[in-house]
Every structure is written in C-alpha cells, then in structure tokens.
Design a protein around this ligand. Structure first.
Ligand SMILES: [Zn+2]
Ligand SMILES: [Zn+2]
Length: 314
C-alpha cells in the first residue's frame, strides 16, 4: 500500500502560499512606488519610476515564475480530486519496490511532468479547463522557460501584467473566493505578525487593493475586486474598525450596492461582504456625512467619529 497520499487541500494550500509569495514581493514594490509619490518631486516622478521598474525586472520575472509554480500545484490538486494516483508517472516496473517490508511513501514516486498536467486533468476531470485559462497558463510556462534559459535577460514584464496574472489565476482556480480577503489572512498570519505586524493587516490589504484599483483597467477591477473603478467609494465600516488607528486607514474601497442615490448597502472588496450604513439627515463638522455607520460609530465619508443627526431624530 501507499502512505502519505497528498490531498487536494494540501495542493491548494501550497499553491495559495506560493501565490501569496509572488504577490508579496510585487506588492512591496508597488507600495514603495506609491510612497515615493509623496516625497519625490512631481517633475522627477516619471524618470524615477522608470528607473525603479527597470531595477525591479528580476523581482517581477521571478514573481511570474512563482505564479506559474503555484498554478501547477493547484492543477495537481484538481487531479488529486479525481485520484492522487493519477499523479504517478512511469510504469509499474519503475515504481519503488513494495517488497521492502513497509508501505511505500507517495513521495518516492516520480510524478507527472508539468507539461502533462493539463492533459491529465482534462482527460479525467468532469470538465476541461477553459481556453482562456489554458492560454494564460501556457504563456506563464513560456516566460518561465525563457527566464530559466536566458537567465531572464530577454524578458521584460510589466508590473500590471504580474498583478493581472496572479489575480486572474486566483479567480479562475478559486472562483468562490476573492483575493483580498485571502491576502489579508496571509498578512495576519505572516511571520512578521509575531512581531506585531498582523495588526496592520487591514491597513496594508486596503492599501494594496487601492493601488491595484488605480493600476488595472476597469474590466479587470470589476472582475477581480467586484467593484466599478469609477464608482464613488466610501470607507468600509468593518475595515475602519479593524485597521490600526495609529497609522489610520486612508483608502476608500467600499461602494454602494446597488449603486443608487439613496442606497445604504456597501460592498467592500477586502472583506468581500456587504455592510449596512445609514443616511443622516444632516452632516456635521464640515463634512457632508452622506453615509454613516452606527455599528462602527464612524462617518464613512471622512472616517471620523463626529456626531450626525439621524433621520429619526431630525
Ligand atoms: Zn472592509
Ligand atoms: Zn464625516
């Protein structure tokens, strides 16, 4: 018999960890550039940012190759849903011997090559992968091969391409999840959380989401964040409440759903949840205060704690 059979969940967890690893290195770059916009002279910004991205070439190509490895792990998980034994390559004569007096560890089997993963999946799984996913996966493999063979000298990837790639793969492989809640959980449990960084998970996840919203095209923002790029955004009451108040939350990401003038329900792409807010009769403290959360006790336009007159009182 065989022991230590991997489960689909094992592959999905490892795949997401790699995806997060690629995301983390890319997001670090984006955050640095975003910070630079505050202290670099506007006239120098274009040149500085061009130099910065040229110097980040290695990080970006590496991130893409890590995304590709993450996707391979998830496809292996999908194959393991049918049977983990399908992952074994070679014929019986080349398998480890079952006559050594103990069960054979799965790890001792050679497993199928990356280039065969799609074929094995599409042969046994109830449904094929869709062509857009297959094209994107092939392109990632091509980039990875060029990076490995030319040491990456001839590859240039844009940061938006890396972000798009990570988000596209996550959305396709885990259609019932949104990336940013997953990312926030990774930030909460990262090794640095032992040093207290977990407290900033919401601040940072919201920061990353708002950079991504600026960086990507409207259709990508709609697909990956579930919000309209141009729609007016408010503070999410849960994120406001959860963010570390020392650094504060400066990113408005929640949008009215449905988008109507007197709507009161907000969708937040970092929480992937809907929150109910109120419409005060009148604003206060030089704030229009068109939306207020009594559960968080905060104004969702300016983020402050100021008093507003509710309809009931007014
Ligand atoms: Zn939120
Ligand atoms: Zn306000």
């Amino acid at each position: 018999m065989i022991v230590n059979l991997p489960t689909p969940e094992d592959f999905y967890t490892s795949g997401k960890e790699l995806l997060n690893f690629a995301w983390d290195s890319t997001a670090t770059l984006l955050i640095e550039v975003d910070q630079a916009e505050e202290y670099v002279d506007e006239s120098d910004l274009a040149e500085v940012s061009e130099q910065y991205w040229a110097a980040s070439k290695r990080t970006l190509t590496t991130a893409l190759t890590v995304i590709q490895q993450a996707v391979e792990l998830v496809i292996k998980g999908r194959i393991a849903e049918v049977s983990p034994y399908l992952l074994i390559s070679d014929g019986p004569s080349r398998w480890p011997s079952p006559y050594e007096g103990k069960p054979v560890d799965f790890e001792r089997f050679r497993t199928i090559d990356a280039q065969d993963l799609l074929r094995v999946h599409d042969t046994f799984a109830p449904a094929h992968f869709d062509p857009e996913f297959v094209n994107n996966f092939r392109r990632l493999r091509e980039i990875r091969n060029v990076v490995m063979h030319s040491a990456g000298k001839n590859v240039t990837v844009q940061v938006a391409e890396v972000v798009d790639s990570a988000l596209f793969m996550h959305k396709t492989l885990f259609p019932h999840e949104r990336w940013f809640p997953v990312r926030r959980e990774f930030l909460r449990t990262a090794p640095s959380s032992a040093l207290g960084a977990g407290e900033y998970a919401t601040n940072n996840a919201c920061w990353e989401a708002s950079i991504v919203k600026k960086l990507l095209q409207p259709a990508q923002v709609r697909a990956y964040l579930g919000v309209e790029k141009k729609q007016r955004a408010y503070y999410c009451p849960a994120c406001l409440d959860d963010a570390n108040s020392e650094v504060g939350l400066n990113h408005k990401l929640a949008v009215l759903r449905p988008d109507s003038r007197d709507g009161c329900d907000l969708y937040c792409p970092v929480c992937d949840d809907i929150f109910h807010a109120e419409r005060p009769a009148r604003g206060a403290d030089n704030c229009e205060a068109t939306l207020y959360s009594s559960s968080a006790g905060r104004c969702l336009v300016c983020g402050r704690w100021h008093d507003v007159e509710s309809d009931a009182e007014g």
